[in-house]
Design a protein around this ligand. Structure first.
Ligand SMILES: [Zn+2]
Ligand SMILES: [Zn+2]
Length: 191
């Protein structure tokens, strides 16, 4: 009975997004296990996740005064690469991002586009052990799922275990899960 309910729930979630497509782009990010990223994002959204080549660099968004990249500018440029109007495109970069009012950000989302930075997710300068790669990949996966949640209309959640919880620092990202809490799942279903 319980299994039937869970299956029904997943099918309902799938129907909600059946028309949508999710695309991921990467700039640099050689330390990430990309296959794991694709399979974990797929698990949560029950959608095929495709790779797409988009921006070749983000130099145009560089602010020399801060030595950081303005995420808002990247989002505007990313819109030109959307394959259609009913999809979400996430660019993952290894440069440090900011937006006005914040010292740094892990990610930023617009309506259909999002950018995620792994810059502050690296546990050390050189990622050379499996454990370090796993941690970096986990943090990246949670942030991608979080930003796609924003693109699908979700706002921040007060449940620290929910993927939509706002990460003030990387410790918050480590504490939260990769999935939505029941409240956020219901919000998606109502859309
Ligand atoms: Zn957020
Ligand atoms: Zn939630």
């Amino acid at each position: 009975m319980r299994n039937l309910f869970i299956c029904g729930f997943v099918c309902l979630l799938l129907n909600t997004y059946m028309q949508a497509e999710i695309y991921l782009s990467f700039l640099g990010c050689k330390d990430i296990d990309k296959q794991k990223v694709f399979s974990e994002v797929n698990k949560v959204y029950s959608l095929e996740i495709k790779e797409l080549n988009s921006l070749k660099d983000i130099d145009f968004a560089h602010n020399p005064k801060r030595n950081q990249y303005l995420a808002d500018r990247i989002l505007s440029a990313l819109e030109n690469f959307l394959p259609n109007s009913n999809c979400v495109l996430v660019l993952v970069v290894d440069k440090d991002l900011y937006t006005e009012g914040f010292n740094y950000i892990f990610g930023l989302a617009g309506k259909n586009v999002s950018v995620v930075s792994i810059y502050r997710f690296k546990p050390c300068t050189v990622v050379d052990t499996q454990k370090e790669q796993n941690l970096l990949t986990e943090r990246t996966i949670k942030t991608i799922i979080h930003e796609i949640g924003h693109c699908f209309g979700l706002s921040h959640c007060l449940n620290p275990k929910c993927v939509m919880y706002f990460s003030n620092w990387v410790g918050d990202t480590d504490k939260k899960g990769k999935d939505f809490c029941t409240k956020c799942k219901n919000k998606i279903l109502k859309k």
